[in-house]
Design a protein around this ligand. Structure first.
Ligand code: AMP
Length: 427
């Protein structure tokens, strides 16, 4: 079967790496891909958000199955457009992708279906939003309603900060149309974890948990980023916790979406805050996390492709996946300056040597090939150096050994990915 993966980041490299190993594949394409993905798939020069061009490519090249990596094409209706031409894909319809596409929709949906989440209000009017903040007090969380590439959430320590965020979004157009409505919600304490389930519209198959590091600096300090590292499993998500998450959050979501005429198919990513053994939903994502996908794919032993196809075919009920018991940990290497402005085009050397440990895989998040086959940095987050190990500490040692073998003065990484879990291990 010919398969197309849509996207060009570290998540899509991990998906291509896993799918390329499937015996079901005759040809694997990735649009637009990157220099690392080019080692596993044929890269096609079409942007992940160019829905019309993607549909044309699928039609003219007789693609049998499409795996949609990022949220933007899902929210824009790529899965629906492919269904119209009779091509199956992995990823929700535009209507079901609203779980991520609109935080207001997600909060109202949780209220309708009794899914535990922070108390909230939805506002388009600045004065009303500020009155709500005055009533609730700080800390409080202000969120842009629409997609904002992970930047639309402001944790306000004071009422003034919350008011500034409201002004920026509703009056200052800080996130464009995505910020023309805001959700203001209760600040939740606890420990965060990410949980993933494959969904076929009716059944949900739990995958494994992960924890990521969003802040740019060691000790989880500094600006928020797309994610500077991750590890799996998340120690806080015990077997009993998996059951609670499935019973209280994932299954009510599946039933709720089906009952509202938008059955959910694809991967459901629940961003959770866990306190006193009780998970609350911070957000849904309608796709794999990046870099969480990289650690999930390292731990997966089964063939990924049949599982994705079973989700699209509504046949997950009897499906099972096997996982490595080992821990996987990934360290993101980013271009100097990220998440602020950064330079592109610096050369990265030593990748082959760095990946010589069989338990290390280097996924490319933002690279492009140079004229003579060299690897050039082409994004903010550039590499995800991923290792398996018996413990988090072991996986961390291997990952940083590989990081240190990479010759790239134009980049940096955090040196403490996994620190919370390692403290626990050594506890
Ligand atoms: P979201 O995109 O909604 O997951 O928010 C991004 C990050 O903001 C989350 O990963 C949390 O660290 C934090 N966050 C979001 N909502 C809340 C909340 N209600 N209470 C505390 N932290 C939050």
């Amino acid at each position: 079967m010919k398969v197309l993966v849509v996207g060009g980041g570290g998540r899509e490299h991990a998906l291509c790496w896993a799918i390329a190993a499937s015996p079901l594949i005759t040809e694997l394409f990735c649009a637009p891909g990157n220099a690392g993905i080019a080692q596993d798939a044929t890269c096609v020069d079409i942007g992940a958000e160019d829905v019309d061009a993607l549909v044309r490519f699928v039609q003219y090249n007789d693609i049998g199955f499409v795996v949609i990596g990022p949220e933007a094409p899902l929210v824009a209706g790529l899965a629906d457009r492919l269904a119209e031409i009779g091509v199956k894909s992995f990823g929700p319809s535009a209507k079901a992708a609203m779980l991520e596409g609109s935080k207001g929709f997600m909060k109202d949906f949780c209220a309708r279906h009794d899914i535990p989440t922070a108390a909230y209000g939805r506002f388009t009017d600045t004065a009303e939003a500020k009155a709500f903040v005055a009533e609730q007090g700080a800390p409080i969380v202000v969120k842009a309603d629409g997609l904002a590439a992970g930047k639309g959430v402001i944790i306000a320590e004071t009422v003034e900060q919350a008011n500034t965020a409201i002004d920026d979004m509703l009056e200052g157009n800080a996130f464009g149309a995505a910020g023309s409505e805001v959700v203001i919600e209760e600040f939740l304490g606890g420990e965060e974890a990410s949980f993933f389930a494959l969904c076929d519209g009716e059944t949900a198959l739990p995958l494994v948990s992960a924890q990521d590091h969003k802040r740019v600096g060691d000790g989880d300090t500094g600006l928020n980023t797309g994610g500077m590292g991750a590890y799996s499993p998340a120690p806080i998500v015990t077997g009993a916790m998996v059951q609670t998450i499935m019973d209280d959050i994932v299954m009510p979501t599946m039933k709720g979406m089906a009952s509202e005429g938008a059955p959910y198919q694809g991967v459901l990513y629940a961003g959770l805050m866990i306190e006193d053994g009780k998970p609350k939903l911070l957000e849904y994502n309608v796709r794999f996390g990046d870099p969480e996908c990289q650690v999930l794919m390292m731990r997966l032993r089964s063939d990924l492709l049949p599982a994705l196809m079973a989700a699209a075919d509504g046949e997950l009920a009897d499906f099972d996946l096997r996982w490595h018991d080992e821990v996987a940990l990934t360290v993101v290497m980013a271009a100097n300056g990220y998440p602020g402005s950064y330079d592109k085009g610096s050369q990265i050397k030593g990748l082959n040597e760095a990946a010589s440990d069989k338990d290390v895989t280097i996924f490319h998040a933002g690279t492009s090939p140079g004229e003579n086959g060299e690897i050039l940095a082409a994004g903010g987050r550039v590499l995800a150096v991923t290792a398996l190990g018996k413990t988090v500490a072991d996986a961390q040692t291997r990952a940083y050994r590989a990081v240190d073998a990479i010759d790239w003065p134009g980049g940096f990484c955090r040196r403490d990915i996994g620190w919370r879990a390692i403290e626990r291990e050594q506890g």
